[in-house]
Design a protein around this ligand. Structure first.
Ligand SMILES: NC(=O)C1=CN([C@@H]2O[C@H](COP(=O)(O)OP(=O)(O)OC[C@H]3O[C@@H](n4cnc5c(N)ncnc54)[C@H](OP(=O)(O)O)[C@@H]3O)[C@@H](O)[C@H]2O)[C@@H](O)CC1
Ligand SMILES: Nc1ncnc2c1ncn2[C@@H]1O[C@H](COP(=O)(O)OP(=O)(O)O)[C@@H](O)[C@H]1O
Length: 483
């Protein structure tokens, strides 16, 4: 698992650490790590000696890191130029070091560079980039290096222009090939559109770890976590002990949602999938191992319910929603079931002790919460989780999972190709299977999003993706993941 911390917590840790070290030590550590990473990148494209390096230098310590790293590269023979955004407010010691090493300053954006270091602004940024910085960020794509390729962009700590704590990109921002960050990850490295701007994220250890006291703001699962958490059958397992997932999904109007949620559930770890709904003939024809009935009340024993995908929003759907919420089992509500919650008619039904997971996309989120997730998607998901006392899985690129207690996970897998009808139904089925297998709701949500995202990527290799392709890709993905 990787973890990311908010700016205030990073600053507090920095302060604690600085109290024990000679002044400037952390900046020297950061700059040395940054210069090493940059040298490695340059070695891949013709070496450090003679390489053209452009430093974009803002007025804070982010600019200071950049100047010191530029000095180190200049000492190794790179031609280093620093574009100072505010020459009257520059890190003076950093600038002196650069000059002493043979680097220069420049007033304009040049046309050629092999490597650009973006030190305009780091974790001290406020709001969107100001106009001069924004114009520079816009112009970077035009710079060419010695191979004729676009200049490589290394963001120092974070790409300038991103909102560090939320992952929002409120305006113009730098798009980096590599982001070299210091001490720990920040939310922008793993959340929202900012994460996409970071490119490959490289963490330089500056000794912050032991003094980072606060809880991380965001957690990111890794393949090893999913593999370790995934339930596997043992010698004494049977289909019931592995868990039975119930699906109250689909309808005569939307039989596809039933089929896709069943396909997702069948790839999960449970020993049996039961279906309850009006698409029961279609489900059994497509998936003969599913045990089907017409109503939730007739379904037989299950250990968790998935309700809503393609269910419709009429009276019959309401009855089925009430039936699943009346159980003492974990319940996942998706799509139409989320819409049915709007207006508060089911407020009493939601007062339950058993785990509840809701999986809105942005439209469903807005319907339920009364406003769109907005710039702080993780915060919005956490607020909805607290309000509904449910684990909220907010879909999208970098799907977020939030708990009522405010724990946030960001999913690192996925593909824009997943933005197609039916993929959410597959996710609901898979997540339901994990719930029925006995996993805690937050873990089930994190695992399902991760595997579903990998399946989306895998399916996209063969061209445009359908929900069925994602379902079919779940098994090969699990084979790779679980060994
Ligand atoms: N924490 C750590 O452990 C360590 C931190 N280290 C490094 O320090 C960095 C943080 O440095 P920092 O605090 O000096 O802030 P920083 O990011 O340079 O920005 C402040 C300057 O930017 C300006 N500015 C603000 N918003 C802007 C905008 N939208 N558009 C344009 N400009 C904007 C703002 O101007 P002002 O508002 O004052 O006019 C101010 O002058 C951190 O990211 C890391 O690189 C490492 O050296 C070692 C360990
Ligand atoms: N731009 C995107 N990039 C990556 N994944 C996305 C993007 N847009 C949507 N997704 C993913 O695609 C799935 C769509 O789910 P949903 O909107 O419920 O579809 P449906 O209801 O048609 O099944 C979700 O898992 C979501 O995270």
């Amino acid at each position: 698992m990787r973890r990311a911390w908010r700016v205030t917590d990073v600053r507090a840790a920095e302060k604690t650490l600085m109290a024990t070290l000679p002044e400037g030590t952390l900046m020297q550590r950061a700059a040395a790590g940054l210069a090493r990473r940059c040298a490695l990148l340059l070695e891949e494209t013709g070496g450090v000696y003679g390489a053209r390096v452009l430093l974009l230098v803002g007025s804070g310590d982010n600019g200071g890191d950049t100047l010191y790293a530029g000095a180190a590269l200049a000492r190794r023979g790179a031609q280093v130029r620093a574009l100072l955004l505010t020459p009257e407010r520059v890190h003076l010691a950093g600038l002196a070091a650069l000059r002493q090493a043979g680097g220069f300053t420049t007033g304009d954006l040049p046309t050629r560079a092999d490597l650009i270091l973006d030190g305009i602004v780091g974790i001290g940024s406020r709001g969107g980039l100001r106009s001069q910085a924004a114009a520079i960020a816009r112009g970077l794509g035009a710079l060419r290096g010695r191979t004729g390729e676009r200049a490589l962009v290394v963001a120092v700590d974070v790409p300038s222009g991103v909102a560090v704590d939320t992952g929002d990109v409120p305006g113009e921002a730098v798009t980096a090939d590599v982001t070299v960050t210091f001490g720990c990850l920040k939310p922008a490295h793993v959340l929202g559109p900012a994460a996409v701007r970071c490119g490959h994220v490289d963490l330089v250890d500056i000794g912050l770890g032991p003094v980072l006291q606060a809880d991380p703001a965001v957690r990111v699962p890794e393949a090893a976590d999913i593999a370790a958490w995934w339930p596997r059958p043992g010698a004494t397992s049977d289909k019931y002990t592995r868990g039975v997932v119930g699906l109250a999904t689909g309808s005569v109007k939307y039989p596809g949602a039933a089929l896709l949620s069943a396909a997702g559930a069948l790839a999960g770890p449970t020993g049996m999938v039961r279906y309850a709904g009006s698409a029961h003939y279609d489900v059994v024809r497509a998936h003969p191992t599913v045990v089907a009935s017409r109503k939730v009340a007739d379904a037989g024993r299950v250990q968790a319910w998935v309700c809503g995908s393609g269910l419709g929003t009429g009276d019959e759907a309401r009855t089925e929603l009430r039936s699943v919420l009346a159980t003492s089992l974990p319940v996942l509500l998706d799509a139409d079931a989320i819409t049915l919650l709007v207006g508060g008619e089911h407020a009493e039904d939601l007062r339950r002790d058993a785990p509840l997971v809701i999986t809105p996309h942005d439209g469903e989120f807005k319907r339920l919460a009364g406003e769109a997730p907005g710039a702080d998607r993780a915060g919005a998901a956490a607020r909805l989780a607290a309000w509904t006392n449910a684990v909220v899985l907010l879909k999208g690129d970098r799907t977020i999972v939030a708990t009522p207690a405010g724990e946030i996970w960001a999913n690192p897998t996925g593909s824009p190709e997943l933005a197609t009808a039916g993929t959410g139904d597959v996710l609901a089925g898979l997540l339901g299977s994990l719930l029925a297998a006995g996993l805690p709701a937050v873990r089930a949500a994190v695992m399902a999003a991760y595997v579903h995202g990998l399946a989306g990527r895998r399916a996209a290799v063969d061209g445009p993706v359908t929900g069925s392709d994602v379902a079919s890709a779940l098994r090969p993905v699990l084979v790779d993941l679980l060994g």
